[in-house]
Design a protein around this ligand. Sequence first.
Ligand code: FPP
Length: 248
Amino acid sequence: MSQGICLEKLPLDLEQERLPNHVAVIMDGNGRWAKNKGLPRIAGHRRGASALKELLRCCKDWGIQVLTAYAFSTENWGRPAGEVDFLMSLFEGKLRQELREMVDEDVQIQFIGNLQALPKSLQAEIERSVVATEHNRGIRFRVATNYGGRQEIVQACRAIATQVQQGKLQPEEIDEVLFKRYLYTADVCDPDLLIRTSGEMRLSNFLLWQMAYSEIYITETLWPDFDRSEFHRALSDYQQRSRRFGKV
Ligand code: FPP
């Protein structure tokens, strides 16, 4: 409950048929949230993970088909080793802890990014959760981990070039539809809405190809405080936009 409105079901002022199919989130501000409370940064990440779980549940309750969350970028390795280690073990622990519930709640989880560079024990947990939920269709949940948009585009180019080199593909056959098939997101529609918390106005190398026409919503709220009422506000704002995709 928030502001006296029941937010378990889709709020009445939102139109079901005009909801975004795919929502992407840049979960920024965990460190500042913790600092404001005199807590270590890792406390912010822990609360951030709870906020993400709540958003996933909300997306499912309200009928959104795909949620993609930016959990760890290719640039995040540059953080202090203790914080990186904490994040890796947080991802692994959460996966282990939440798997049963994701299976029961019909969540299909997948990870996008260069997963080979992640700790082996995290890779094993990722594999287990992906296999256990692969037939679920309630909501598709994508976690971008060691993800970088430029890296994704470069690896797609390399894979396409290899196909051309082997004579399996002609350069003339390369178009946007084919290119999409080489991206991590080949099986989902592009994000309709990107939400970024903590007031920063950057894409930070997230889904660069896929967000060519995404609507962007920025809120000053720090990620651990992003709740259903905040998401409600983001969707209300989105439903007021007129999406023209370059047309008039
Ligand atoms: C950015 O805030 C946040 C991150 C780099 C980590 C995001 C990870 C989570 C919210 C946990 C997700 C959990 C699972 C299981 C996927 P920041 O640290 O840059 O904050 P600051 O800008 O205030 O310092």
